[in-house]
Design a protein around this ligand. Sequence first.
Ligand SMILES: Cc1cc2nc3c(=O)[nH]c(=O)nc-3n(C[C@H](O)[C@H](O)[C@H](O)COP(=O)(O)O)c2cc1C
Length: 194
Amino acid sequence: MIRIGIILGSTRPNRKGSQVAQWVLDTASRRGDAEFELVDLRDHPLPHLDEPAPPMFGPSIHDHTHAWAERIAPFDGFVLVTPEYNGGAPGVLKNAIDHLFAEWTDKAVGFVSYGVHGGARAVVQLRTVCGTLGMADVGYQVAISVLTDFENHTTFAPRDHHVDALTKTLDQLLAWSAALAPLRAGAETALVEP
Ligand SMILES: Cc1cc2nc3c(=O)[nH]c(=O)nc-3n(C[C@H](O)[C@H](O)[C@H](O)COP(=O)(O)O)c2cc1C
């Protein structure tokens, strides 16, 4: 069965992201056509990238990078749940992405963002980052408003159309995750024989 990691891109105290990511996990898990797991960056505290070799050339030397790689490698695709900070993606999420290379390549990725304007600018950045890593970013996305999708600015209450957007995002994510499986099977060869 296809395995999808739902990566929560905020580690901030009082983060709204945990409610959004839990909604993604709950909604996705009801589908029954793939396995979904929450990946909380709080469980993988990484320093600013401190590997002597670029991850695309490796090998990595630090235990925290090995642990992060072992967490990410088994997944076939990802949902990045991201807030928008100052018009872009959070540094903690970009840093977590930058720590690895092969673990991302030839996998599909979809986006659930949130912010005053739905967090769309963070997704624009992340699409570029993920594309550079050889990931297939699906076209559908979910854009949650922190103004109108949270009651009293605290309790997540997504409007109905977000469920439809999430369903379409996951449909495409699962299809592409499966379609890329042959490339992942040959990934080791591709890395040594460019
Ligand atoms: C450092 C910082 C910068 C922010 N910049 C933006 C922004 O550019 N656009 C936006 O829509 N919201 C912005 N916000 C508001 C966030 O959308 C809101 O605080 C959201 O809850 C952040 O996600 P989190 O609570 O999961 O960390 C910013 C928040 C923080 C903490």
